[in-house]
Design a protein around this ligand. Structure first.
Ligand code: C2E
Ligand code: CA
Ligand code: CA
Length: 769
């Protein structure tokens, strides 16, 4: 410790470092010594910035490695200073443990020969609550022979930095987080924006290139934009129609109200859909399914309208065609049965004041034309007839073709007579000669009329009534009309009842039975044969007369089935008679004209006779004159076959029809039956009262039969007077209640057996039986 001039007043408190430097002459001898003193505060001042902030210890060493001063500038001083300076950071200072004098002092001398200054790191001597690593910086202070060492506790020295680093890191992480969130939000919104833009692009290109015609207008209806399909559909390019209203599309097919309603809807912000017929630039009509959608702005006001059109012209035309075909008859173009029902329903809901007539027109013998001249001729005739009716009918009349040769007319008239006149005019038209290729022929019609009362009649009932009236017209000899009356209604109901009853009876093989009425030989009044007559007892025990059910069966064709049943039944019974007194009896079988014209009746009968071994000569077939009137090949064929095979033919009900004599002679029938209506008049007329009375007819008929070599049967004989007259007139056989009523098989057997026993007894007893 030496003198220090700098601070005399307080020198006792001051440590000084004496420095002594010898001066040498050129020969090396010491010629002087320079002595000095160094105030260590200088160094403290020198390193203040460092140790005020950091846990730093500054030491002064000689070159030789001797520690010269650690004194006032040791760590404790520094720490105190540090702590004083950072009073507000006490926590921080507490963590700073004081340096102990435990460092390897001379380590720097290892480096000194290489470099006058440098930094190295060394572990602390004690690890116990001591810093792990010490960083030491050294610097020689040439020309003074001193080395300044500065030690820094790495951990504590970096503590502040670590803290800052933490804050920075926290801030950085927070920042990164914020950036991440913000970034993704931006990214998302961008993505959405791009997506929307993409969608809008997609939409706009879809609308541009869609097959549907689209135009967009402003809210006043002025066109702003159209797509390609619109130009293709309407022929109008956007440029030519921009800022125009779509009224140039107006085809005139829709009324003002239509467009008013449309406009009202869309301006109220509603979508409008509907089918519209538009006009194209070249004047064609196109049918479109149109949808007009109002586009609303943010305020909810209509800013634009988008109109989308789907061309449905072809589809609609096809639909209309299908609709037309469903309602019309393709041959004549007339509305069909379906339309008729609709029109009739509609018609009946109209005003009551006028007479409304439903006419049913059926062509007579139309089938013959189809059969003989072919279907082409049939079609041709139907068209010609349609045309004729159309020209003659009053304007308000509606004509329908119900099918086949059946037409219907709805006719309105103030006066009933007008309707009758119209019907008569129709019949006149129908009977005018027709032509097909080289053939000329006439056709007639039968017309049924019924009158509808609005609100009271139903369409189906009216049609049925007209149908009944038409049948009546047919039965009254055709080429005429008939007006429905309530009695027909009863007949029709009865018709339906009988039809169902017969079908059931045939299906269950119950109810039908064969009755037999004996035929008596006039010469000896012996029964020689029997006529088969059909009997029918319904389920409720009622006997229905064949006079009633046979015509119905003929009408509906059920007579064929009934005939089959009867034939099989009869031949089976005849077979069973072989060992009885009926073994040789002859049987007359009634055959309807319908059977002759539509069935292979001859073949069928021959089959059954052959099947049961019954000789054909035991059978007589009774046919009526009506069967001969049709001139049908089938009838002629059946009759020829029967005759050729030995079956006898008898003409029934002779005198009631209008058969030509020539045809009868051609037919070569063996028997002629005089109708009961003549027989029953026997003895009831004064000779003078009629030009030709029934008795004379009978006589003439017998004469005719003789000429034609036919046997004569008189039927319906009820009295002795009739019997005597007929016997005298020379009739061969007799039939009637006077001898026997129709009876079932057991009674017939008895009757025949009794007759055989009374073989030798007087006639009168037989007559009485
Ligand atoms: P029809 O062939 O002229 O038969 C004679 C009808 O006169 C029978 O009536 C018979 O019972 C009746 N009759 C017989 N004698 C007398 C008499 O003395 N006085 C009166 N008032 N009537 C007498 P039925 O059995 O009611 O038959 C009526 C008609 O029904 C038959 O007339 C015939 O046309 C038809 N018929 C009956 N059975 C058949 C059948 O199996 N097939 C066909 N196709 N027609 C049949
Ligand atoms: Ca008969
Ligand atoms: Ca008869």
């Amino acid at each position: 410790q030496g003198r220090y001039l700098g601070d005399i007043s307080n020198n006792s408190q001051t440590s000084h470092l004496p420095v002594c430097i010898p001066l040498h002459d050129p020969t090396g001898d010491v010629i002087a010594t320079i002595t000095g003193s160094i105030n260590p505060d200088y160094f403290q001042e020198l390193f203040r910035p460092a140790h005020e902030l950091n846990p730093v210890r500054v030491e002064l060493y000689s070159y030789a490695g001797q520690k010269l001063i650690a004194g006032r500038i040791d760590y404790q001083t520094a720490t105190d200073a540090f702590a004083t300076d950072l009073t507000d950071k006490k926590d921080y200072s507490k963590k700073i443990a004081p340096f102990t004098d435990n460092l390897a002092d001379t380590v720097f001398s290892n480096y000194l020969p290489d470099s006058e200054f440098g930094t190295f790191q060394q572990p602390a001597k004690h690890t116990n609550s001591q810093p792990d690593q010490i960083i030491t910086s050294y610097r020689s202070t040439s020309p003074l022979p001193l080395v300044v060492n500065v030690h820094l506790d790495l951990k504590r020295g970096l503590a502040a930095w670590h803290k800052e680093l933490k804050v920075i890191l926290t801030v950085f992480i927070a920042l990164a987080f914020a950036i991440a969130i913000g970034g993704s939000a931006i990214a998302l919104s961008l993505l959405r924006k791009y997506r929307m833009e993409g969608q809008i692009r997609l939409l706009s290109s879809a609308i541009s290139s869609t097959a549907n015609a689209v135009f967009i207008t402003d809210n006043q209806g002025y066109i702003q934009w159209t797509n390609k399909a619109f130009e293709q559909l309407t022929g109008w390019p956007t440029a030519t129609i921009a800022n125009r209203t779509p009224s140039f599309l107006n085809s005139g097919q829709h009324d003002k109200a239509f467009f008013q309603h449309l406009w009202q809807r869309i301006t109220a912000g509603n979508v409008w859909r509907g089918q519209v017929t538009n006009k194209t630039r070249d004047g064609r009509h196109v049918i479109v399914d149109q949808t007009i959608t109002p586009i609303l702005d943010k305020e909810g006001c209509v800013s634009n309208f988008i109109a989308v059109h789907e061309d449905v012209t072809l589809r609609t035309k096809a639909e209309r065609q299908v609709h037309y075909l469903a309602q019309h008859d393709p041959l004549t173009g007339l509305p069909n049965r379906h339309s008729f029902s609709l029109a009739l329903d509609n018609w009946l809901s109209g005003p009551v004041i006028i007479s409304k007539a439903v006419l049913l027109v059926d062509l007579d013998h139309f089938k013959t034309i189809n059969d003989t001249l072919g279907h082409q001729a049939g079609d041709d005739v139907l068209c010609q007839v349609t045309q004729r009716m159309q020209t003659i009918l009053p304007e308000q009349a509606q004509l329908f073709r119900l099918g086949g040769d059946e037409f219907s007319i709805l006719l309105e008239a103030i006066d009933l007579n007008d309707i009758i006149h119209a019907v008569e005019a129709l019949l006149e038209q129908l009977i005018r000669p027709l032509e097909f290729e080289d053939s000329h022929f006439t056709l007639s019609g039968s017309i049924g009329i019924t009158f509808g009362a609005a609100g009271q009649s139903s369409a189906s009932v009216l049609l049925k009534q007209a149908d009944m009236a038409m049948y009546k017209a047919k039965h009254s000899g055709r080429n005429t009309f008939s007006v429905f009356d309530e009695n027909m209604d009863y007949m029709m109901q009865r018709h339906v009842e009988l039809e169902q009853g017969m079908r059931d009876a045939l299906a269950s093989n119950r109810g039908f039975k064969l009755a037999f009425q004996p035929v008596i030989r006039a010469s000896d009044l012996k029964p020689v044969s029997a006529e088969v007559l059909m009997r029918w007892q319904t389920d409720d025990g009622q006997w229905v007369s064949p006079g009633e059910f046979i015509p119905v069966a003929e009408d509906i064709g059920l007579i064929l089935e009934l005939g089959h049943w009867q034939m099989e039944q009869l031949t089976t019974q005849m077979r069973q008679w072989q060992a009885t007194s009926l073994a040789t009896i002859n049987i007359s079988l009634n055959v309807s004209p319908v059977q002759l014209a539509r069935d292979d009746i001859a073949q069928r009968l021959l089959y059954w006779l052959n099947h049961y071994g019954i000789p054909t000569s035991r059978i007589t077939v009774e046919i009526t004159e009506t069967a001969l009137m049709g001139h049908s090949n089938k009838v002629a064929g059946n009759l020829a076959t029967l005759r050729n095979q030995g079956v006898q033919i008898s003409i029934d009900d002779f005198g009631t029809g209008y058969s030509s004599l020539s045809y009868i002679s051609e037919l070569d029938a063996q028997v002629l039956k005089i109708d009961a209506s003549f027989v029953q008049k026997i003895g009831q007329h004064q000779k003078s009262s009629k030009v030709v009375n029934e008795e004379e007819v009978i006589l003439a008929t017998i004469g005719l039969a003789r000429n034609l070599n036919m046997a004569v049967v008189a039927e319906g004989v009820e009295t002795q007077v009739q019997l005597e007259f007929l016997q005298q007139a020379g009739v061969d056989y007799l039939q009637g209640y006077y001898f026997a009523k129709p009876m079932f098989e057991p009674e017939l057997l008895c009757f025949i057996e009794q007759a055989a026993q009374q073989n030798t007894e007087p006639k009168s007893e037989l007559q009485g039986s």
